[in-house]
Design a binder for this molecule. Sequence first.
Ligand code: ADP
Ligand code: MG
Length: 731
Amino acid sequence: MSTLRFKALETLPFKDFRRDNSVEVPGKLSELFCQNVFSEETMREYLTKEAFQSIMDAIKKGTKIQRHIADQVAVAMKDWAMSKGATHYTHWFQPLTGTTAEKHDSFFTPIEGGRAIERFSGNLLIQQEPDASSFPNGGIRNTFEARGYTAWDPTSPAFIMGTTLCIPSIFISYTGETLDYKAPLLRALNAVDEAATNVMQYFDKNVTKVTPTLGWEQEYFLVDSALYQSRPDLVLTGKTLLGHSPAKGQQLDDHYFGSIPTRVMNFMKELEIECMKLGIPVTTRHNEVAPNQFELAPMFEEVNVAVDHNSLLMDIMARIAHKHHFHILFHEKPFAGVNGSGKHNNWSLATDTGENLLSPGKNPKKNLQFLTFFVNTIKAVYEYADLLRASIASASNDHRLGANEAPPAIISVFIGSQLFRVLEELEKVTEGKLSPDEKTDLKLNVVGKIPEILLDNTDRNRTSPFAFTGNKFEIRAVGSSANCAESMTVMNTIAAKQLIDFKKEVDALIETGLKKDEAIFNVLREYIKQCKSIMFEGDGYSDDWAKEAKKRGLNNLKTTPEALKQEMDKKFVDLYEEIGVFTHREVEARNEIKLEKYSTVIDIEARVLSDIARNHIIPSALNYQNRLIENVKGLKEIFPDKEFRTLAKEQMSLITNISENVSKIKLGVEDLIKAREAAKAVSNSQKQAETYCSKVIPLFDVIREASDDLEMMVDDELWPMTKYREMLFTK
Ligand code: ADP
Ligand code: MG
């Protein structure tokens, strides 16, 4: 047997090393923590007091680091990195390709007399110029200004990977436009810090900084490397384009939280050791719903660092999986009919006085503060739901959203019945000044009734794309392969805008003579009235919800092209400009990049599917059909006519059936090629993406159905593609 499938399968049962690649945790995990990070503690050891203070100020207050200090930091970083065996350094950044980028340079510098030294300067630390002309830029950098530069982000700590010192950086064009995920994120984080700190002055004047926090949960699949290599669709598109679902999938729910297979456990252990050393505080690991699907989650961190840690994690996961003969799949829907993967983004706001602003407090005063941030978040999502939807849009996530396993593409907010009742009470507050009785009643019976710890008793509605879970909001619709920076940029931008507006409205009411609390109650009441339509407590997977949402006027942007079209709405572009996150040109460029990426992904899938169908599926089906024909001919030779007709009946019907499916595939491929070419010729990016979406994608199903039918007919020994049951159940 010569197909890739059989070669791959042959390697499986005998390779004991795949199971025995055992990993021992050296000592306590806590002792490994931040070993390879230029952490606060390390900086304290390696830096002068002045330099240390300067970095801390840059992190906490956003102050600039002076050139002579940067020189000191560079030398300290180099000395520390070399003490850990590093020989190279790189600016580590996150271009819009979706992966991380690095270009290693050596510390080694030749000097006169045939000698050499290790050198690293402040200039090199602060700014570098990668030859970046082939990173996506949405037309911002034409060939005349092809250069971009990377700039050190001192708010995320440097770390060592292998023998390279990695310096987290942002990536911008020479004309100042952002070309990466991080630069706009940092702008949004600053904006929300300022807006939330201003609002906090109503409640606690000691607060001087508000830091958004992010705790992501990463889902993924593991597939044996050899089996992965045997599937051209997985290798080229990250997902299977064909494949009949196995007789046993996730029906028995026996994988979720089940015992972790030994080989996977070894992978996880090694991964955790690596995460610890890199300062990624992973705490949770478990099996997910689908076979061979798993999840990993860390302790939450401030958003910027959490985003870097997630990107870094995805990179090291792939490498470590490889060592354990696995390939890791981050695609949102690698297997049809099997649950896909997401990346929940848990978001909150933390003050420099140690408070979580989305955590209900111990007394009415604290709870008014909680309600302020809680209601403002809901209002922000209500106003900018489409923008949030656009931030999670991708060709791969489209397969998952609304597929009855992930939140629908309709953005709604779930807050749980207890808080829903509190908001209903607040809605009844009288307009303008409150009577003393009303004030007391509000404080004692409404605000005062918010249970201190909601954490355990908020209902956990898993079908909501945006859910309050006791002390944070959880954005559930983010795709597993996404860079969290995108949804976090939107989340923090809209929160900033909303808090700015809130402050203005409250201040205006105070000017008219209302007391602060009265003004706040008045504004919150109006917000609750306005955004009630986005609050939904029921089953987000149900068809009834889609109908109800339509009645409520909520958008259901089912596909990426629809979501991306909405992203260019003037309201959203103005918002970005007002908050200072993107210029009009930047929004346009990013929108263009995402549309192009969408079309390219579908185009590649179409080509791969056509190739597999013609080169693998049709020949194998014909091969098997020939066997059947031989069989029928043989029967005809040895049996009299009448008996032959009965005996060959089933074979004949199979032969016909195979021909029908082969013909469906052949014609399907011809249609697909034509549709693909037509889509490719469309010049407007928005129109092109829409054409791929409406004209190309539906043709995939025709081919797939026929091929999956054939998979059930053709002799297993002749089938060329590794099957779902083989990929999903190898341990
Ligand atoms: P579940 O799977 O039920 O959603 P987990 O405990 O797996 O719950 O995940 C909760 C996530 O929320 C963790 O990643 C955790 O770090 C994060 N988290 C907890 N508190 C906060 C917070 N204040 N801000 C941001 N994320 C938080
Ligand atoms: Mg969760």
